[in-house]
Design a protein around this ligand. Structure first.
Ligand SMILES: Cc1cc2nc3c(=O)[nH]c(=O)nc-3n(C[C@H](O)[C@H](O)[C@H](O)COP(=O)(O)OP(=O)(O)OC[C@H]3O[C@@H](n4cnc5c(N)ncnc54)[C@H](O)[C@@H]3O)c2cc1C
Length: 229
């Protein structure tokens, strides 16, 4: 299968939002939270990388991704160089990082482009009847808060949804949360142990948060994670 780029635009420094279409299918079927695998030739070798689908399933063959460009990386710079109409090999969606059914109260914890599967889940699953969800989103600087307007609007529409951005390197004017996501975990949990935790981002955050939760007596079955590196 091939994915053809429709358009991409910058949403934060070194981060782009991509709109693709999957060629040869009328509809790309997947569950919010899953990923596609994209492959390209790198010096005569096929290199494949996974990318979380960043939107709820469309009614057609379109899908969205959110990517940061890894300096010296094999695939992400190639994706950043793609022009509308260019295409790349892809494998259909896969993955187990999806909302458990029936959904329970949850804390979503994302760093950087780890926000992508949560955007998909929230678009697909957040309704007036959803259980409470807190989205703890950690980035370095305010300009890196991708989709901030969308999450803010969701929090205004759905009172049970809390959007908590936190900056690890806040500028002087920032009056919101600061520090790593770990620093806000206890407050997000509010002493509760009967919530599900979903983590997505780089290994360091993932491992740190899981160690904290384990020390607090959380069951492994309540913790769902996707590691990007
Ligand atoms: C299930 C899954 C879903 C993913 N979804 C996304 C997504 O939605 N958006 C996204 O941007 N990435 C996502 N990734 C990461 C992605 O698959 C690639 O690892 C990333 O794009 C780097 O690939 P590359 O070929 O450009 O760099 P590589 O050639 O693999 O890496 C070059 C160097 O950069 C380091 N590195 C690798 N990844 C990162 C990173 N993300 N940040 C900083 N340094 C890194 C490596 O350790 C290596 O030393 C996902 C990974 C997995 C496993």
């Amino acid at each position: 299968m091939r994915a053809r780029l429709i358009e991409s635009h910058e949403i934060a420094p070194e981060v782009r939002h991509f709109l693709f279409e999957a060629e040869g299918v009328a509809r790309l079927d997947y569950r919010a939270g899953q990923f596609v695998s994209l492959s390209a030739d790198c010096g005569g070798k096929a290199v494949t990388r996974a990318y979380s689908l960043a939107s709820a399933p469309h009614a057609d063959n379109r899908f969205e991704l959110c990517l940061n460009r890894v300096e010296q990386g094999h695939i992400s710079p190639k994706l950043f160089a793609m022009q509308p109409g260019d295409s790349i090999d892809m494998r259909p969606p896969l993955g187990m990082f999806v909302l458990r059914q029936p959904p329970r109260e949850a804390v979503f914890i994302a760093t950087g482009t780890g926000i992508a599967p949560f955007r998909a889940m929230l678009q697909a699953d957040l309704t007036v009847e959803s259980p409470a969800i807190t989205l703890l989103f950690g980035v370095r600087y305010e300009s890196h808060l991708m989709y901030r307007g969308e999450f803010t609007a969701m929090a205004e529409t759905f009172p049970q949804f809390r959007f908590w951005p936190t900056l690890s390197r806040p500028e002087l004017h920032w009056t919101g949360r600061a520090g790593h996501v770990q620093a806000h975990l206890d407050e997000a949990l509010g002493g509760r142990r009967d919530v599900d935790i979903y983590l997505c981002g780089l290994k360091q955050m993932d491992d740190d948060v899981r160690a904290i939760l384990k020390a607090q007596g959380f069951d492994r079955k309540q913790i769902f994670y996707e590691k990007y590196d």
